[in-house]
Design a protein around this ligand. Structure first.
Ligand code: NAD
Ligand code: AKB
Length: 313
């Protein structure tokens, strides 16, 4: 049966690109985009519906009225922004997920995708090749909400047979929208500033290496995971996913090859402390066994920095 898909948080960095990929695959009428805000890209989109995911009644009505079968829940407050108002971040990140898990439990949808993050790891987790299962002690409200969310997903799967699927995304890099308050978002902002001002003030220290992934690889892994047969999905909290690891200095050295007079300054702030507690690299061997490990595609090549810069220009 053809899926009818709802993407919540469709105006964000991942949402815009995910909606486009899903529409290419399933057709425009099969993918409803929704968000609190309506950016220009959706201003005359017949299949965009404004929605506050915390409004459970509106959410349920939309799902029933549109005969939705699959939901991608992307609405969240990210790591750096979450520290400004921890209780707000906790409420949005948790309640949105619980609303959707209950809807899936009531069998109003067949499948749910919800992204987790490398932010579930902490200072006690192994820093290199961080394994699928290890100690996790997140130091942000965002990381705490992602770790709790993972456990809720596993719980609803085990107790109520809810088909919920999840990936622990690394920092994602796309060029379609402005970054939304994450710690890894320096690796998106740097391109905008390099092109506009030939310089970037970096809030991380120069050697702070983090796991990253090119957006198209993340979207492709997400769609693959959602298309997999349910019984092949053995991990119901969230799968580690890996691309490439680099530091601000590595990235600046690449950009300078394309923008000769590019300069970077380092002014580490609280985000550097968050980043210091996150892995340097990720072991995605468990996801790879399911066929969703993405290491050998675009994220693996430095040439994508050039690709991004050219697209933006
Ligand atoms: P984003 O901040 O760019 O987008 C989130 C979207 O959610 C925004 O468009 C916002 O308007 C919307 N939203 C906020 N509150 C809402 C509400 N009450 N109702 C409906 N919509 C609401 O975030 P993103 O980078 O696209 O991330 C999407 C998801 O992926 C999040 O769960 C995030 O934690 C996860 N993730 C992202 C990254 C990354 O690097 N971007 C990495 C790991 C995990
Ligand atoms: C953030 O930095 O908050 C996100 C993430 C890695 O979850 N990009």
């Amino acid at each position: 049966m053809k899926p009818k898909i709802l993407v919540i948080g469709a105006a964000g960095q991942i949402g815009i690109e995910l909606v486009r990929s899903l529409r290419l695959k399933h057709g425009e009428t099969s993918v409803i985009a929704s968000d609190l805000r309506c950016p220009d890209i959706y201003s005359s989109d017949e299949y965009f519906v404004p929605l506050d995911v915390l409004d459970d009644s509106a959410l349920r009505h939309l799902i029933i009225d549109q005969n939705i079968t699959e939901v991608y829940l992307l609405a969240a407050v990210l790591s750096a922004k979450g520290e400004e108002n921890p209780l707000f971040a906790w409420n949005l990140n948790m309640q949105s997920l619980l609303n959707l898990l209950e809807i899936a439990k009531d069998q109003l949808i067949d499948k749910l995708f919800w992204p987790s993050s490398i932010a579930v790891f902490g200072s006690l987790s192994p820093q290199f090749n961080t394994p699928q299962n290890c100690v996790k002690n997140p130091n942000t409200v965002y990381g705490i909400s992602k770790l709790s969310g993972e456990q809720w997903c596993a719980y609803y799967h085990e107790k109520y047979d809810v088909d919920v699927r999840s990936l622990r995304y690394p920092g994602l890099i796309g060029h379609e929208s402005q970054p939304g308050g994450g710690t890894t978002d320096y690796a998106v902002s740097i391109f905008y500033d390099a092109i506009r001002n030939n310089q970037y003030n970096c809030y991380l220290s120069e050697d702070r290496s983090l796991p990253m992934m090119y957006m198209e690889d993340a979207i492709s892994a997400t769609i693959k995971l959602m298309e997999a047969d349910s019984d092949t999905i053995k991990v119901r909290d969230s799968y580690n996913l890996a691309g490439i690891s680099f530091s601000p200095k590595d990235l600046a050295n690449e950009i300078v090859k394309h923008i000769e007079n590019f300069r970077i300054q380092y002014e580490p702030d609280f985000r550097d402390i968050i980043a210091a507690s996150w892995p340097n690299s990720i072991d995605d061997s468990v996801a790879k066994k399911t066929g969703i490990g993405m290491r050998s595609t675009i994220s693996n090549q430095w040439s994508w920095t050039c690709y991004l810069i050219l697209k933006e220009k």
